[in-house]
Design a protein around this ligand. Sequence first.
Ligand SMILES: [Cu+2]
Length: 495
Amino acid sequence: MHSSATSRRSFLKLAGATAAMMPSLRSGAQASTETPKQSGERSDYTVHIQNGLIEIANNRFVSTTTFNGQFPGPLLRFREGQQTTVAIRNGTDIPEQLHWHGQNVPVDVDGAAEEGTPFVPAHGSRRISFVPQPSGLRFYHTHLRAGGDLNRGQYTGQVGPVYIEPRENPGHYDREIFLTLKEFEPWFSHGGDMANDFLAGEEVKKLKDRGESEMAASLKEGKPHGFEVNYRTFTINGRMLGHGEPIRVKQGERVLLHVLNGSATEIRSLALPGHTFSVVAMDGNPIPKPIEVPALWLGTAERISAIVEMNHPGVWILGDTADDDRRHGMGIVVEYAGQQGKPQWIAPKQAHWNYAHFGKPAGPAAQPDDVLDMTFAKRNAALDGFNQWTINGTPYPDTAMMATPLFHLREGKRYRIRMRNASDDTHPVHLHRHSFELTRIAGQATSGVMKDVVMLGGYQEAEIDFVANNPGMTLFHCHQQLHMDFGFMCLFDYV
Ligand SMILES: [Cu+2]
């Protein structure tokens, strides 16, 4: 069984067995539950980084690196506030970093070499212990820079969901289903620009003038467009559309979907013909105003939890709105009990994706103590054909693991990051070890939406606030693997 359906009841039973060794496998077929042999101490989970094959369609295999031999990696269930121990074993020849995305954990645990987290040595292991927080949908993934090597970093299968069960009642639904969206078999091209027009908001003329004149100058010098990554195959929970178990539902059910964009580089969308999504959480955090939307949009590493009322019987494709990507696998069949036939797809009605719709429209956010101004820019094809990325004119050095911090924080203060995008690309920017609040997006003041990744549209501006409440080196970067690997990162330190 390849869909990650778990019944609410079976989870509660599991969560009750607190200190017990939890099975590391809730959904996939091949992985095993292992305890660290080198240590007498107990771990709640073991994550084993290993090379192997995964079957993404019937008799179609991909060679990649996985967690516990499966894709996606096992769903790890934590309880908010309860000390948890994880053994990480690395069966590969490459020192690895396992990042706990969206959790407010210490540097030693976080899983970013740039911050100073120790590597999990090649053919070695690390045992870490931390208090999972905040509650909701998080995930874990490798945090290596891949550069021009498409067999490393997030181009591999090293992605898995984390669910941190809240102390309070998580809401009203009948069933929850985890969906990890992921492409495989990448290749480089002198690619065109990513679709940008789904995001709400206006381009800022000054940013556009700058970006376009720099691009024109580069093309005039005879440089082609910098490399972009394309993919041959697209999967949900590791299976191409039509090759996995359908999501089986009954009329009248309220199904909670936990959607994770596990892509290295791509923005994804998701729609289900005849149904709408009632978004209840973004990046795991409950939103102030649950609203219904015809389609979901997720930048790399974003998560959305949404309830779908199953009130339109049939056999449907829950899939990407991009026809080409869906035809190459980005979808999963939703099958009502008693219904049969060929799965149907109908394009949803067009709607701009506007984060501000989910926020409090009236209430302005708290005033910050300080503002961090950032401008993001692209140097077309500047590094052997790869685009180089800068924050305030500075690319993160490819020669060093830990760079000189670009910004300095004081514990307890509230900071506003004012972001300006002088490139035509959409950037899913990510802050480590802290959550941030959207305070201005698509030209609109907002508050109450807490996230750890947000998409900034081409030539747009946005503002996010965070409280410096987790001392230690903190990485800020674009989550698009090509962008982060070629300069789009910076460090904050606490002083
Ligand atoms: Cu980017």
